[in-house]
Ligand binder design. Structure first.
Ligand code: ZN
Length: 499
């Protein structure tokens, strides 16, 4: 599909790797992988070859920094992440399933009458990582695949309508004014629901998730609800939970004074989409409570209509202003001692990713960072591409691969020949300086003086390699320099990459 001279770009290669190659390498890994060193070695060999190919670097280039440059997680960490996420899938299987009956954990093995498996049991006891992980399933209720609220089935006269569309520019102003009018209507209940996750009291690093819902009618606040979900909940959990609180406020209000029209407003389009969706998603627990509250409302108040819509998150709206104030008050309070921390799937997934990233960062901290390639990697991996690679996106394949070789110090350059191919000439073919180094080509070689002045001096007046390698602007300038000069491009008479 290509080589280091012409083919897909880094970004497209990464898509191919993640979508095609990685699923093949890790197919059914949660079942067969439990840390076997031999299997891990084979997978490492395969992934390393892919990373060298994607980067267009020599196979002598150290592989760990190259993983970070290309934004590809080391395969052992990737496997652990996959296994953790796969154990969360078990959480969605029906309680009556034969699989649930066979795994340890919250729902099994309770049922009797297991159907014999069509395969022979293994000769020796076998413990896959997945089985050991099922013991750590979330403690929120089991996800029910088959729930469907009755009111959702009346398509002709919907009593619940949700719209998550974000308005922009003039539409946004018109919608904000419409919301102001709604808040003032006497026969209309408007509820603002907003979740937040922030550290307002600044004394600790705890970020509690807070869910706020405030109801208004006739320009007057009717009621509010504020609740702390604890530090383990995500912002998405908080947004969903605030919508559940909003449904409870609606129910309370209807019990006191029947109102036909209720509008619930949330600044989160994602939460609006998810809250009435009972398919198995990470926040289905909240969706179920929201839907069962609506079912109670519609079965008692037959004429009630609930409209769920997006609203801009701007403090000029009285409801949002009140939500922000309540969230600040709530965050300043200490967490209640009897707080039941939710252990949601969204949180579990986020934690699994954070843990994998933390392990990767620990490797960066422990690495010997004296080599030139770490000039482009001044910070530990953070889940996105380093600036040197971000800045060079969109260049030609040949220039991009040459840039990576320059950063790694393994390039078609005298310094590299001196180390790996002692028979080859090591001097600069343009001016004779011996040995020809990366710094010589970029900073000193008289042949490239004009291109240097045109592209590099503006970004790094002192031509320091660390400035050029560690910033987006620097790598963009270097790429332009390489496109113009074609310095140290792959020699034509040399078919295979050395090393
Ligand atoms: Zn030279």
């Amino acid at each position: 599909m290509g080589n280091s001279v012409r083919s897909l770009s880094w970004a497209n290669w990464r898509i191919v790797y993640n979508a095609v190659i990685l699923p093949i390498l890790t197919y059914a890994a949660p079942v067969w992988f439990s840390g076997q060193a031999g299997l891990l070695r084979q997978l490492c060999t395969a992934q390393n070859a892919a990373v060298w190919h994607i980067a267009g670097a020599f196979s002598t280039t150290p592989i760990n920094p190259l993983h970070q440059l290309m934004g590809i997680m080391p395969i052992d960490l990737r496997l652990q992440l996959l296994i953790k996420n796969a154990s969360l899938r078990l959480y969605r299987i029906p309680t009556s399933s034969q699989l649930a009956a066979r795994v340890p954990g919250p729902w099994g093995p309770h049922i009797r009458g297991l159907i014999p498996l069509p395969i022979l049991p293994p000769r020796r006891p076998y413990h896959s990582s997945l089985l050991s992980l099922t013991a750590n399933l979330p403690n929120t209720p089991h996800i029910d695949l088959l729930a469907a609220p009755p009111w959702n089935l009346d398509f002709a006269h919907p009593c619940f309508v949700a719209n998550h569309r974000i308005r922009h520019n003039d539409d946004r102003k018109i919608w904000a004014n419409a919301i102001k009018d709604l808040t003032g209507k006497p026969d209309h209940l408007t509820i603002f629901a907003q979740g937040s996750k922030a550290n307002h009291n600044c004394d600790d690093n705890q970020m509690p998730a807070t869910c706020i819902a405030v109801s208004f009618s006739n320009h007057t606040e009717i009621e509010h609800s504020s609740r702390t979900l604890g530090t383990s909940a995500t912002a998405f959990d908080a947004d969903l939970r605030s919508l559940v609180s909003a449904a409870h406020l609606a129910q309370n209000h209807l019990n006191r004074s029947p109102t036909k029209q209720i509008t619930i407003l949330s600044p989160s389009p994602l939460a609006i989409q998810a809250i009435s969706n009972l398919r198995p998603h990470a926040g289905q627990f909240h969706s179920r409570e929201f839907c069962s509250t609506l079912t109670q409302i519609f079965s008692v108040f037959r004429n009630a209509k609930v409209h769920l819509d997006w609203c801009p998150s701007r403090p000029k709206l009285v409801g949002i202003k009140r939500c922000i104030k309540l969230a600040l008050n709530n965050a300043a309070n200490p967490l209640p001692p009897n707080l039941h921390e939710p252990h949601t799937i969204a949180f579990q997934k986020a934690t699994a990713k954070e843990l994998a990233l933390a392990a990767w960062q620990a490797r960066w901290h422990n690495a010997d960072r004296h080599s030139q390639v770490y000039l482009a990697l001044p910070n530990p991996p953070a889940g996105k591409l380093p600036p040197a690679i971000q800045g060079a996106m969109g260049g030609s394949r040949h220039a991009c691969t040459t840039l990576v070789r320059f950063i790694a110090g393994h390039a078609f350059i005298g310094e590299y020949y001196a180390r790996f191919h002692p028979r080859k000439p090591t001097g600069c073919p343009e001016c004779g300086t011996d040995p020809q180094t990366v710094a010589h080509v970029i900073c000193h070689c008289p042949r490239f003086a004009r291109a240097r002045a045109a592209h590099l001096i503006l970004i790094a007046p002192d031509l320091s390699l660390s400035t050029l390698f560690s910033s987006k602007e620097g790598s963009k300038a270097l790429l332009e320099f390489l496109e113009v000069t074609k310095a140290c491009f792959k020699p034509l008479e040399e078919p295979p990459d050395p090393g």
